[in-house]
Design a protein around this ligand. Structure first.
Ligand code: NAD
Length: 352
């Protein structure tokens, strides 16, 4: 399994009445229903929206497989309408579209969508998670779980590459939205020094005050002196222009699709930068989403999110052992999971 494997299905959404326009991509259902969040974002045209959806859905196949979840990979990408629109009507229409897939796709939040949007979706389909939490069960905003998985992975990566703990490093965080802000809280509590870049200036200023962090521009965040670079904004930040200028020796963050092209992984490895593959380390949110959808306990979420540290260690062992990049190693392990077709992947069999 790798990103070049074509998706099983691409469903085009086009409802001029509500402004719903975009794509649901079912990349793989080999391990279970295709699960992955719904992104609402501004795209130049349908081609770029569908390209993004296919890439993100492929990433979900790898992420869900490596997190040991009984779920395949999918994603919804909705194009932010240019004209004024009713959010209620748009997400209700999206809920109907999800429902028409009869459980082959399970949705949740992603960039640009929130718990309230998923509550609207839930009026029209049961195949949605990331709903308001009820009675101590898994649910709600998955971002804090994503942040927790990232910091668990970062501890491993920093120990392995630098022989240090988080209290002894400077972390450059790009984007302090849902995940980035939660990650900064955890890093601050762990004693790390923070440098932050955030596109929304008031949010950036708030974070700087709260965490005693230095603020830099988005452009400068990859070059600012730091031990760790944590991309927590959008994808594509690791490319042939940024990688040569990185000062950090570890890259570990939440953003999906951090590598703009496969060559960037090889270049990171050549420069001896330890890259913790995004879809290995940012699985905490989907683990919480899966637990909500499949009826697992909150305790099982904690155990599985903590397990991201061991998974990353396994990926790095394979990379070292075979002399390949961590990205390649993670793809190999994911392929074994998907092609091997982990048995017993139905909802009831695995509810635990
Ligand atoms: P978000 O929209 O809440 O936060 C993104 C933040 O990045 C925003 O504050 C935005 O202003 C800022 N930003 C955008 N471009 C920037 C730039 N060039 N420089 C600096 N700041 C910039 O999104 P989120 O939910 O926190 O997700 C962040 C990333 O993590 C995304 O790539 C998402 O796909 C990925 N991810 C999120 C989750 C989750 O649980 N939310 C799970 C897995 C992966």
């Amino acid at each position: 399994m790798d990103e070049l494997m074509p998706p099983e299905a691409v469903v085009r959404l086009d409802d001029p009445q509500t402004g719903l326009r975009g794509f649901i991509v079912l990349h793989s259902t080999a391990l279970g229903p295709a699960a992955g969040g719904c992104r609402l974002w501004r795209y130049a045209d349908e081609a770029s929206a569908s390209e993004d959806a296919v890439r993100l859905a492929a990433g979900m196949t790898m992420k869900n497989a490596l997190a040991g979840l009984p779920l395949g990979g999918g994603k919804a990408v909705l194009m932010l309408p240019d004209a004024p629109f009713s959010r209620t009507q748009l997400f209700e229409a999206f809920g109907r579209a999800v429902n028409a897939l009869d459980g082959r796709y399970v949705t949740a939040e992603d960039v640009g969508t929130a718990v309230e949007d998923m509550a609207l979706v839930a009026q029209h389909t049961p195949h949605v998670a990331g709903l308001p939490q009820q009675g101590g069960k898994p649910g709600g905003d998955p971002s804090p779980w994503t942040a927790l998985g990232v910091i668990r992975a970062m501890e491993v990566a920093v120990r392995r590459r630098l022989g240090r703990s988080l209290s002894e490093v400077t972390v450059a965080v790009q984007g302090v939205g849902h995940v980035g802000m939660a990650l900064c809280e955890l890093l601050h509590a762990a004693g790390a020094r923070l440098v932050i870049a955030e596109a929304r200036s008031e949010v950036a200023a708030r974070a700087a005050t709260r965490f005693g962090a230095d603020l830099v521009s988005s452009r400068a965040i990859t070059t600012v002196p730091a031990d760790v670079f944590a991309p927590c904004a959008l994808g594509g930040v690791l490319n042939m222009a940024t990688v040569p200028t990185l000062t950090a020796k570890v890259v570990c963050g939440a953003a999906n699709n951090q590598l703009a092209m496969p060559e960037a992984a090889a270049l990171l490895a050549r420069r001896k930068v330890l890259y913790a593959p995004d879809y290995v380390v940012n699985a905490g949110g989907i683990i919480n989403v899966a637990a909500e959808y499949l009826g697992w306990s909150q305790q099982s979420v904690s155990v599985r999110v903590d397990g991201i540290a061991d998974r990353l260690s396994q990926v790095l062992d394979v990379a070292e052992g075979r002399g390949i990049s961590p990205e390649r190693a993670a793809a190999l392990l994911a392929r074994q999971e998907v092609v091997g077709g982990r048995p017993g992947c139905d909802k009831t069999a695995l509810a635990a």
